[in-house]
Each structure stands twice: as C-alpha cells, then as structure tokens.
Design a protein around this ligand. Structure first.
Ligand code: FAD
Length: 541
C-alpha cells in the first residue's frame, strides 16, 4: 500500500485530502498536526484568534471541500450558532463571518472528508499533538520524525506533503530589535495592552489588533445599522492606537466582482504561454503591454487617469490620488462605493480587470528573471495586493468609528525601520522621525521564508535548489518527482506572491494530490463493503 504523510492539519491539508478521494487504489494517509486538534488552521483557530476578527472571504468564495460555508452553517443547530456568535438570519453566501466560524467549518469538513476517504476503503490516521521535527529523504522512501506527547517517533512514507502554513519565526530585519515587537498572536495577550499602542502594518492583521485592543477597553455600537460608533468603558483614557504603514494607506472595502471572473481579451493564459515560449527577456514589459491593451478597452476612464507607460509609472499614478487625499475621507467614500457595488451587483471594470490580471501573472512570475521579479514586487504587486486584500465592510466601519472616537491614527513610515527600546518605551525610527510607544505589535503579516527556515534539517541538506517545473515538488537526489511536495506558503511567497488565501490553499492541495495520484499504480478500487481493507501498515521504523 502507498503511504502518504501530510504535515500540518489546516485548510491546505484538507484540500489535499479532498484531492486524494480520487485515488483509484487504496492508500494509507497519516496527517500530523502539532496542535491538540486538526482542521481549523492558524488564522481560524479559536483561542489564537479573537471572535471579533473577521475573515475577508465570503461563503461563495471559499472553495468547496464537501459543501459551502453557508450550507454548513444552516445545518448547525441554533445553540451551536449562538456559541459561534451567529443567528440564522445573517447566514448567506455573501456574508463575512468571524474567522473562528471558518475554523469550526474546516474542522467539520476535515471530519467529513476523512469519513469519505474511509468509506472509499482508504486508511486515514490523524495524529494530533504531533509536531514533525524532521523529514529524512532515503533511497526507500522518506522518514518522518515527530514529537508526540510521550516521546519522539518516526515512520517511513512514500509521499510527503508539507502543509505547515503560516510561520511567525523571528525575522532578522536589519536595524530591528525584534524582541521589542509583540506578536499579534495569541489574541488573548493583546487585551492587556493599554497606553500608546503602535501597530506595524495596516492590513487585515493590523485591523485585527486594533479591534481586539479596542474591544478589551470598550464596545462598538450600531453595527447592525448604517453607523458604527465606538466608546470606551468608564471615563478614563485607556489607549490610543497608531497604525504605521509604508504607503500610509488603509485597505479598501471589499468590492463586488462576478464569479467566475471574466477572461481578459489580450492578457490571457494562452498569450502568456506564447510570451514565455518565444523569448524570456523583457518578459515583464511585454506582459504589461498586453494588460495595458485590456485596461484601455475595458475602462478608458481609468486608463486615461493613470500613467500606463511602465509598471512603475502605473504603480505611482495608481496610488497617487489616494496618497494625497485625507485617508479617512477616502475610506468613507470608498466604503459608500463598495456598498453600492454590492447592493447593485455592479463591478468596477478596472478593478475586475486587475483582479483577473493578477491570476494570469501568477503563472508568469515563476518565469521572471531576478531583475523582472524585483521590479514586479516593487510596482505591480502592491496594486494587485491592494485589490484582492480588500477587507469586510464592518472592518472599515470599525476603523472609522475608532478614528472618530479619537482612538486611532495612521502614519506613513519608510521601509527601513529602526526599532529599539529606551526608558520602558518602544521606539520606531523612520526617515528621521522617532515615534515612542508603550507597546508595538508587529502586524505586517506573513513574510517570505526559505525552506531551511522550516527547521527540517535533513530535508534542507538534501534538497537541490530550484523547483520541479509546474508544481510544488522538491528536487531531491535519488527521489522521484512528487515524493516530497512543499505547500508551505511562506516558502513559496517570493516566487508566488499571491499564494496566501483559501483559493490558493485549494489549488495547492488539488495539485499535490494530483501529483501523488499520477504515481499510484491504477488497478480499480474494490467497492467499499465488499472487500475488507487491511489496516494501514506502518513501514519500517
Ligand atoms: C491573520 C490571517 C488572516 C487570514 N484571513 C484569511 C481570510 O479571511 N481569507 C483567506 O482566504 N485567507 C486568509 N488568510 C490566509 C491563509 O493563508 C489561508 O487562508 C490558510 O490559513 C492557509 O492554510 P494552510 O493550511 O496552508 O496553513 P495554516 O492555516 O497555517 O495551517 C497549517 C497547520 O499546520 C500545523 N503545523 C505547522 N507546522 C507543523 C509541524 N511541524 N508539525 C505538525 N503540524 C504543523 C499548524 O499548527 C497549522 O494547524 C489569513 C492569514 C492570516 C495570517
């Protein structure tokens, strides 16, 4: 029997399991999760995250495992919904839910997909409180070593999928004393913060921090109606928040777009294939020229309002009006536009074109040379990220409420930061300015990592640089392609800058499963119930 190990028990692992339900031959799958239960993944785990933290993905956008999120919620009884902080009338395919609700959904979906696999005759073992410590490639398979509650253990597998997800290991940024910065997790710790609180970043995680600190000292009101307000409890002055971001901008409010996204006419996957096939030099500029044609056709007003002479010029002119306007007034106007778009289900053409374009770029980026990659990261990537990382409307309303209550400001800081601690204060120095805080939370989100940062020492020693073409397979001396696949998104981030998010988790899981299925011998599966399957044999230790 083929033995498969999946390391990590979050959404990517669940989508991998879903893909493996297509196996035509019985397989044995072992899933390792270091936490006490598998399923929710890091951003959706109760305890790590506060119930006030919202997901930025609506039910209709969450790729299916066995059913939609809204269908799952409708199947829950009223008592359970109450515990999740929901009432039945708010459940629909367009709503945004607290992230812990998605955690409960993925936990249930894991149980569902495991039941399906077992029903099909496969063996599935879920090992919780099992932290994988090393991956050791060998001629006859791959040895996984893990730490269980009792002791170190090991077993051998034919295929290994690394789905370890988010990693907040210490980063060594020059000039930054990381010990002076607080982690946004677990959320519980944020509730104790008071005084002048700095938040590095202004996107989803930074909003989470602001809302969690604010909720600990007061309450948002009017969230069911048009206007959200915020008031502290009691009469004291417990906290003031300052978000700090490179551009000094807030994220945009989630805007309506049709699903599936309409194809572009010029900048298409086929056109990109042609570009790559003909000549790799100047790839970014040649791809950009195609995108420009689409922007001119689809949204002439937008095209006329920006500088389309180069990716860099577009980036500068795209953000310029926002950077020169009052950011809170811009946020108010943007929220009105986004609400109107959702109500009328009308999409803004340039937004949809850029959203589609970022998906086409995903296939192109791995072909960029280092110079194009660097240019892309500094020019188009911020535009695309701004588009797809828009946030739920209640999150923008809460930020506006905090600002109106005199509790929140946002300042622009440069990219090179000086972080230090002096006289009990955390000092952030940037472009000659010094900002002093009682505490600073680093909410800049997941940063790229190297494979070696995952801490699997034997694997790091065996892997050859570069990836197998068209997938997530690592190149390892003496092992077949597809034996070890790395879906750990921090490691993929530099070459796949849009890899975060549930849509990508699903794509990665499906692709990894496909690579394993391609290696399986293919006699037809015995029909479940007619033939008893042997329990999974552990290979030689
Ligand atoms: C704060 C935050 C909010 C987000 N919100 C959204 C959102 O609203 N919508 C969206 O689409 N995306 C969101 N994302 C993006 C997120 O990347 C994905 O949605 C998703 O979590 C990726 O799933 P994953 O399984 O790859 O990783 P994770 O969710 O990180 O899961 C990995 C799992 O592996 C386990 N693990 C790690 N190392 C080991 C080990 N050595 N041994 C055993 N187990 C291990 C971890 O405990 C964890 O359970 C958010 C990300 C963050 C950080």
């Amino acid at each position: 029997m083929t033995h498969i190990a999946i390391i990590g028990g979050g959404p990517t692992a669940i989508y991998t399991l879903k893909g493996l339900t297509r196996a035509r031959k019985a397989v044995s799958i072992t899933l390792f999760e270091r936490e006490p239960w598998a399923g929710p993944g890091m951003p959706y785990r109760d305890g790590t995250n506060d119930p006030a933290m919202l997901a930025n993905i609506a039910s209709r956008e969450v790729p299916r495992v066995t059913r939609t999120l809204a269908k799952y919620l409708h199947a829950c009884d009223d008592g359970f919904l109450r515990r999740l902080g929901l009432t039945r009338d708010v459940i629909d395919e367009d709503s945004f839910y607290p992230r812990v609700v998605l955690g409960s959904f993925f936990t249930a979906e894991l149980a569902e997909v495991v039941a399906r696999l077992r029903g099909l005759g496969h063996t599935v073992t879920i090992r919780t409180k099992a932290r994988v410590t090393d991956i050791v490639p060998a001629r006859d398979g791959v040895r996984i070593e893990w730490q269980s509650t009792q002791r170190p253990e090991k077993a051998r597998f034919h295929h290994v999928v690394i789905a370890t997800g988010h990693d907040w290991a210490d980063y060594d940024e020059e000039g930054e004393d990381e010990s002076a910065l607080l982690s946004p997790w677990p959320a519980e710790r944020l509730k104790a913060l008071s005084g002048e609180v700095g938040i590095l970043g202004s996107s989803l995680t930074a909003i989470d921090v602001a809302v969690t600190v604010a909720s600990a000292h007061g309450a948002f009101e009017g969230e069911d109606g048009d206007t959200t307000t915020y008031a502290v409890r009691g009469s004291d002055d417990p906290f003031r928040l300052t978000m700090m971001s490179r551009k000094g901008l807030l994220p945009e409010a989630d805007w309506y777009y049709p699903l599936p996204l309409p194809d572009l006419a010029h900048f298409t996957p086929a056109a990109v294939e042609d570009l790559v096939a003909t000549d790799r030099s100047g790839l970014l500029d040649r791809a950009f020229a195609l995108l420009v044609e689409d922007l001119r056709d689809l949204d002439p007003d937008y095209a006329a309002s920006v500088d389309l002479s180069s990716p860099e010029a577009l980036s500068k002119s795209h953000f310029a009006p926002r950077m020169s306007s009052d950011l809170w007034e811009y946020a108010r106007a943007n929220l009105v536009e986004a609400e109107e778009g959702r109500r009328t289900r009308r999409a803004v053409p340039w937004r949809v074109a850029l959203l589609t374009a970022h998906e086409v770029f995903e296939d192109l980026i791995p072909h960029f040379d280092e110079a194009d990659l660097e240019r892309f990261h500094n020019s188009l990537k911020p535009i695309f990220t701004d588009g797809y990382a828009s946030v739920p409307h209640p999150s923008i309303r809460r930020l506006l409420a905090l600002h109106d209550a005199g509790r929140l400001e946002l300042v622009r800081i440069g990219s090179a930061l000086d972080v230090s601690e002096t006289g009990g204060k955390t000092v952030i120095g940037s472009e000659g300015e010094m900002l002093r805080f009682d505490a600073v939370v680093d909410a800049r989100g997941q940063r790229p990592m190297r494979l070696t940062d995952l801490g699997f020492r034997s694997l790091s020693r065996s892997v050859r640089p570069g990836w197998e073409k068209g997938g997530y397979s690592l190149t390892i001396e003496g092992l077949e392609k597809g034996t070890v696949q790395c879906l750990a998104m921090p490691v993929l981030l530099r070459r796949r800058p849009f890899i975060q998010g549930l849509v990508n988790a699903a794509e990665m899981g499906e692709t990894a499963a496909e690579a394993i299925l391609a290696e399986l011998p293919a006699p037809p599966m015995p029909r479940p119930g007619l033939t008893s399957m042997k329990p999974g044999l552990r290979l030689a230790r």
